[in-house]
Design a protein around this ligand. Structure first.
Ligand code: NAD
Length: 324
């Protein structure tokens, strides 16, 4: 009898934790959740699934994790927001070991479906110099000039997934996530991304009464942000689909960082003085997701409005900050 076991690598992280929760909600019970972090540090931890603390850069750990597995999601990576990836290129590149060992173990154990979480950081930097962006389409990853470190690792791992499919018949699927945000993710400590960092700073200002905020860069850089619910739906749908090439999974609702701060200020009901730190890491000037392909293949694209997703994220971070 074939197994229906689903393995989630990086299950102690933001997206991995939500994915375990979602699979449980859908009635799956044969789930193995794996992460390098101690269980007490997982954002979400479900005793009803098999939980393993393992380093997925190790061959044996990947073999243990993928034994009897039907489906594998590789969401494990050493990563964070711009402040982390610009200063930790070597660590980011070492995540190549995770996907390599996961693919090798998937081959050994005959895993049927394998998902790889790639990133918009694979896109050629030349296409992202102008805040008035032309949205990035999948072909814009080549000729290759991705984000140094993190983006190169993602681009290489995408290709490895492709060749393991072509040469060894593993049904690999890849999504290029564009800035995912939501509750139960990193909001402090240096790895947080812009939506969580701005929520935290606005809440700090509100609680302290010191009505000012530091913004990285000039605030004119543009991005799109995808709420976690859209990410979960897209991830599972892409894995079940026949889409063989890496595909964008991101919102196309473009905002500048200043507009992102406007929205969070509205949610908080305050107005802050803005200080721009032009020396802080700020990433590319502009980036948006061209959703032509995902619409064509799935008849769907991420659709949660930024304002709606941010309200939930703000509320959760507020609770974290005030419960101590
Ligand atoms: P996260 O940092 O919250 O989760 C990643 C998890 O991987 C962490 O819990 C970490 O402990 C674990 N991990 C790291 N090294 C490991 C190892 N050697 N063995 C086992 N576990 C290990 O990040 P996330 O936001 O949930 O991202 C999930 C995936 O999506 C990552 O591959 C990331 O690069 C990709 N991605 C995320 C975003 C985003 O905006 N969140 C955007 C693009 C791509």
């Amino acid at each position: 009898m074939s197994s229906d076991k689903i393995v989630i690598g990086g299950a102690g992280g933001f997206i991995g934790g939500h994915l375990v929760a979602e699979l449980l909600r859908k009635g799956h019970r044969n789930i193995r959740a794996v992460d390098i972090k101690p269980f007490t540090e997982w954002y979400q931890h479900f005793p009803e699934v098999e939980n393993l603390q393992l380093d997925l850069q190790e061959k044996e750990a990947c073999e243990t994790s993928l034994k009897d597995a039907h489906t594998a999601y590789n969401l494990a990576a050493d990563m964070g927001g711009m402040g982390f990836i610009e200063l930790n290129k070597g660590l980011c590149m070492l995540s190549v070991l995770i996907n390599t060992q996961m693919l090798m173990a998937a081959k050994k154990h005959g895993v049927q479906r394998f998902f790889y979480a790639s990133s918009a950081c694979v896109y050629n930097a030349d296409k992202q110099r102008d805040p008035n962006v032309t949205a990035l389409k999948e072909a814009d990853a080549y000729p290759a000039m991705p984000e140094d470190g993190y983006g190169w690792e993602k681009l290489f791992s995408e290709r490895m997934c492709r060749h393991f499919r072509e040469d060894f018949g593993i049904h690999t699927r890849m999504a290029r996530y564009h800035n995912v945000y939501g509750p139960h993710g990193t909001w402090e400590g240096g790895r947080e991304k812009a939506p969580a960092a701005i929520c935290r700073k606005v809440i700090q200002a509100k609680l302290s009464g010191k009505h000012e905020i530091e913004i990285w860069g000039d605030g004119k850089q543009t991005r799109s942000f995808m709420y976690i619910d859209d990410c979960l739906h897209g991830t599972q749908t892409i894995l079940a689909s026949d889409i063989l090439e890496p595909i964008n999974l991101g919102s196309s609702e473009l905002v500048s960082i200043n507009q992102l701060v406007d929205i969070v200020e509205q949610i908080a009901g305050i107005k802050l003085d803005r200080n721009y730190n032009l020396n802080a890491p700020k990433g590319v000037n502009g980036r948006n997701s061209d959703n032509t392909l995902i619409n064509k293949y799935l008849g769907w694209e991420p659709c949660v409005r930024l304002r709606d997703g941010l309200e939930k994220t703000y509320g959760w971070i507020y609770d974290q900050m005030t419960k101590h």
